[in-house]
Design a protein around this ligand. Structure first.
Ligand code: GLY
Length: 354
């Protein structure tokens, strides 16, 4: 009788010859020297997919350019990471009343502030998010604290406020975040519709702000922040704080931040959908277009996205009338707000805070 014995170190059991470790199945980790050789750090910003009234166009453009410059400077600083860059960029827009996030956020039908935000990093795919908060001026920073200092991903309302207090974030009075423009917008919507129930399709306000970045080590991150849709019902949470909908980051692929009709974005998991298309081989721009087309055709939803691949390939696209966007590469800032815009200017002199 012959017995066949597989020796411990026989070729068939050796890790070197396992099918799973065959070179065919090995992905290069994005941090490997070969993978990061040619990455030029970049941060890409959006200031919300929406209809933008002519008097706000310039203000929005200035705001996204400022955010792109500040994010870029963080990336250039000695220890600046993609995660630091997206947080810094989104904070700039949360503090700027022209955007629907933080100070100046849209109001609920009952005239309340309820803010949502998300931050995610692509190395360990850690994420932090908040929904329905009203007592923090920078929900993106609270999201980062949740990601780094709690066991959780998403916190809401008063629990999130308590956590903000525990980590030493100063409490803000909700009224301090309300602007005259947000009240005007609410009154306008109230006069003839309630936003969420009226099928906020192409022609309404979605706003939201967001940023994606890749740093020179090939790490990616995303951040998104919003007051949600004007005249939303109290307690309504949109896509922005939901991983895979409002944003997604994976160092093996890239990062996405979304804006638009939250109910539609959530139903197609837009940010994860776009990274899935990139995983199948699409470039960032192609995937941005295909993802938004899918959302339009499948659930009749409109919006916009900014995308960056782990190699620094950029995508910017929107299916609404406007979306302010900007990114800086080297000393040049690219920006736009109408479809097909690609304006440029020297960004090296503009990084002053508001
Ligand atoms: N996309 C933001 C929201 O619908 O809340």
């Amino acid at each position: 009788m012959s017995v066949s014995v597989r020796l411990r170190n026989s070729p068939i059991n050796s890790p070197k010859s396992s099918p799973c470790t065959s070179p065919r199945f090995l992905h290069k980790h994005p941090r490997s020297p070969a993978a990061r050789r040619s990455i030029m750090p970049v941060v890409v910003i959006h200031g919300g997919a929406a209809v933008v009234s002519p008097d706000k166009v310039q203000l929005k453009l200035e705001g996204v350019k400022r955010a792109a410059n500040i994010g870029y400077e963080v990336l250039q600083s000695s220890n600046g990471t993609a995660l630091d860059a997206v947080e810094a960029a989104v904070k700039v827009m949360e503090d700027d009343p022209v955007f629907n996030a933080g100070f100046g956020a849209s109001l609920t039908l009952t005239e309340k502030i309820e803010l949502d935000a998300l931050i995610m990093e692509g190395t360990r795919m850690k994420a932090g998010a908040v929904a329905g908060v009203s007592k923090v001026a920078n929900p993106v920073t609270l999201s980062r604290h949740i990601m780094e200092k709690s066991e959780h991903v998403l916190m809401i309302g008063d629990g999130a406020h308590k956590f903000a207090d525990e980590v030493g974030m100063p409490a803000t009075k909700p009224e301090a975040l309300v602007t005259e423009y947000a009240c005007e917008r609410l009154n306008y919507f109230k006069s003839f519709m309630t936003a969420v129930n009226s099928g906020m399709g192409k022609s309404s306000d979605h706003d939201t702000v967001g940023a994606v970045a890749v740093d020179s080590a090939g790490h990616v991150a995303c951040a998104t922040s919003t007051g949600g849709i004007t005249a939303k019902q109290e307690g309504r949470v949109g896509d922005s704080p939901c991983v895979g909908s409002g944003g997604f980051a994976d160092d093996f692929i890239g990062a996405v931040s979304t804006t638009g009709h939250g109910e539609a974005i959530m139903r197609v998991c837009l940010a994860r959908h776009i990274t899935g298309l990139m995983q199948q081989g699409m470039k960032a721009q192609e995937a941005a277009v295909a993802g938004l087309e899918y959302m339009k055709n499948r659930v009749q939803g409109y919006g916009g996205v900014v995308v960056v691949s782990n190699k620094g390939d950029i995508g910017v696209h929107f299916t609404t009338e406007c979306m302010a966007w900007a990114y800086r590469k080297g000393s040049v800032v690219h920006y736009g707000i109408q479809p097909d815009d690609d304006l440029t200017e020297d960004g090296s002199s503009d990084s002053s805070p508001l």
